[in-house]
Design a binder for this molecule. Structure first.
Ligand SMILES: Cc1cc2nc3c(=O)[nH]c(=O)nc-3n(C[C@H](O)[C@H](O)[C@H](O)COP(=O)(O)OP(=O)(O)OC[C@H]3O[C@@H](n4cnc5c(N)ncnc54)[C@H](O)[C@@H]3O)c2cc1C
Length: 224
């Protein structure tokens, strides 16, 4: 294995724990067109935008994370909204008295061309539509964070492109990460489960007992 600094390391195993779309570029050219890597080259990252709005007063009454189906024509601009002031209420350094509303826009390709001011205006408008206490309340501060190169976008064809296993067909070369063989299409549980599953494969090779992998059972619609 050779790093970008040109340093070569010998290893029995190499685990790619990077987003799927980033794997092919890290491989020798002759492997990039082979399975399962060639299909990964068709994947792309999905841009994510998070907006934080600080209010002088409480505009939410609870700490629920409100998830919305983001209908690009009629729905709100956001996928999820929560008041972090509730989540952080036991943090001694929290000085804010009002709400700290965090807004998540996932798979934000369509929103990226908007300016920060346009995004903030649309978010304020949609908060007022769906959360009556936000009406007439302007935040005292706001930030717009545009995240890039995070996770694989789950676009049409995604499931036929991700390998859904950790083995690559090459001895000692493994894939881990939320896009591989988790119970969700992405998410922290899938990432952790994938890492433990690969670790167990390596332990099996040295006749060491594997570690238990807890499967989420708390959502009735998740089949494990
Ligand atoms: C804003 C946001 C909110 C989220 N909210 C939730 C949530 O509420 N619940 C939930 O379950 N999940 C959430 N997720 C998803 C969750 O963060 C991911 O599913 C999880 O982090 C994936 O873990 P991973 O190990 O597969 O990949 P990552 O955590 O993305 O780790 C991959 C690592 O690879 C590194 N890397 C990338 N390219 C290269 C390269 N070329 N060379 C070397 N290193 C590289 C990256 O820097 C990164 O450290 C959220 C993600 C984002 C961005």
């Amino acid at each position: 294995m050779t790093t970008t600094a040109g340093v070569t390391h010998e290893a029995d195993h190499v685990i790619f724990a990077v987003p799927g779309y980033a794997v092919p570029a890290l491989l020798p050219a002759e492997l990039r067109t082979t399975s399962p890597f060639a299909a990964l080259a068709d994947l792309n990252e999905t841009p994510i935008i998070t907006i934080t709005l600080w209010y002088a007063t409480k505009v939410f009454t609870d700490g629920n994370v409100y998830i919305s189906p983001r209908d690009r024509e009629h729905g709100p601009i956001f996928d999820a909204v929560a008041d972090k002031a509730f989540h952080w209420k036991d943090w001694p350094k929290l000085k804010a008295e009002g709400s700290i509303i965090q807004v998540l826009i996932d798979a934000a390709d369509d929103v990226l061309p908007l300016s920060d001011a346009e995004i903030l205006a649309k978010v304020s408008q949609d908060l007022a539509r769906f959360f009556p206490r936000c009406r007439g309340q302007a935040p005292i501060d706001a930030t717009v964070l545009r995240l890039k190169n995070t996770y694989c976008g789950t676009r049409v064809g995604y499931w036929s492109k991700v390998p859904r296993k950790h083995q690559t067909g090459l001895a000692g070369l493994w894939l881990a990460g939320d896009y591989t063989a988790g119970v969700y299409h992405y998410g922290m549980e899938s990432a952790i489960i994938s890492g433990k599953a690969v670790a167990n494969e390596l332990l099996r090779e040295i006749n060491h007992a594997g570690f238990e992998i807890l499967r989420p059972r708390y959502l009735p619609f998740v089949r494990v």
